[in-house]
Design a protein around this ligand. Structure first.
Ligand SMILES: [Zn+2]
Ligand SMILES: [Zn+2]
Length: 293
């Protein structure tokens, strides 16, 4: 018996949509996933996501398999805190389109990066970020779509003028904008939160709980490729990188109920499925009922 005997963390992963959404659902089933994250548009370009004719089929299929949460990751180009007002407006519009497209797919949340203040300072940057989130939600509501998804803000690695690399900053922005957050474990580590030892992992989990608590919608579960405080992004598989498996066990134990969504490098289907099994085990065991795989 381990201390995490009853698993409460659902285990998910970012999946490609390149072969069509049907294939995405098949991959989810094959890998034993309980939650899934996808892009709804090219993350590197500004092109707005077109409505997908297979959206309802996907939403229904995901419900059938019991995938929850369904998460969309917004474009990387979005910077709601950018110094240039045109870039900010473009970002808010792009995010609004993703909230609408995600809603049509049955996804409840869209993860968006906190962005960069570009030299105008953290305070001004945070204000712009809050305004941008509010604006995107308004635009999505005006669109008349049935049920747009909710934006959630992701912590950064704190490179250059990036916002929200600390839990305090993330909490400030989320509270003011009235939204939840996504905490990327690799980003937190390279930003200076030492979850690389069992004791450190316990402390960081406690700090997260205390500072962000119910505002955390999900964790991006990635092992850091780069060292503590390096402010350099990079994702490794669980069991590799700077965080050992014993630390993960403590970390998950301190954050019961939070969905864990991996963005780790793809390998063969066998390795991918094994990675999911490992995380389920570290989080307290294989079955998760109801609807567990
Ligand atoms: Zn991200
Ligand atoms: Zn990352």
């Amino acid at each position: 018996m381990t201390e995490n005997e009853t698993r409460t963390n659902r285990v998910g992963r970012h999946l490609p949509t390149s072969g069509g959404l049907k294939k995405t659902l098949r991959l989810a089933r094959e890998q034993g996933l309980e939650a899934v994250q996808i892009f709804v548009s090219n993350p590197q370009g500004w092109a707005v996501s077109a409505p997908r004719p297979d959206a309802e089929t996907f939403a229904g299929g995901a419900r059938e398999i019991g995938l929850s949460p369904l998460v969309v990751h917004a474009k990387y180009l979005i910077n709601l805190a950018a110094p240039n007002p045109e870039h900010r407006e473009r970002s808010a519009r792009a995010l609004a389109a993703e909230l609408v497209a995600a809603g049509a797919l049955g996804a409840g949340v869209v993860v968006v990066h906190s962005g960069s203040h570009g030299g105008d300072g953290e305070k001004v940057g945070e204000e712009r970020l809050v305004e941008g989130i509010v604006r995107a939600r308004e635009l999505a509501a005006e669109d008349g779509a049935a049920e747009p998804a909710e934006p959630v803000i992701e912590n950064s690695v704190g490179a250059g003028t990036q916002l929200c690399s600390t839990f305090d900053s993330l909490a400030r922005v989320a509270e003011r904008a009235g939204v939840c957050v996504c905490v990327d474990t690799a980003h937190a580590y390279v930003a200076g939160y030492d979850l690389g030892t069992p004791e450190g992992a316990r402390e960081v989990a406690a700090e997260l709980r205390e500072r962000l608590g119910d505002r955390i919608a999900l964790l991006h579960l990635n092992s850091p490729r780069n060292s503590l405080g390096s402010h350099r992004d990079g994702h490794e598989r669980i069991g590799e990188g700077y965080v050992p498996v014993e630390a993960w066990t403590n970390f998950f134990g301190g954050l019961p109920g939070l969905p864990l969504v991996m963005e780790t490098p793809y390998a063969t289907p066998e390795v991918d499925a094994e990675q999911v099994r490992l995380v389920k085990e570290l989080a307290g065991g294989l079955p998760l009922s109801p609807g567990g795989v």
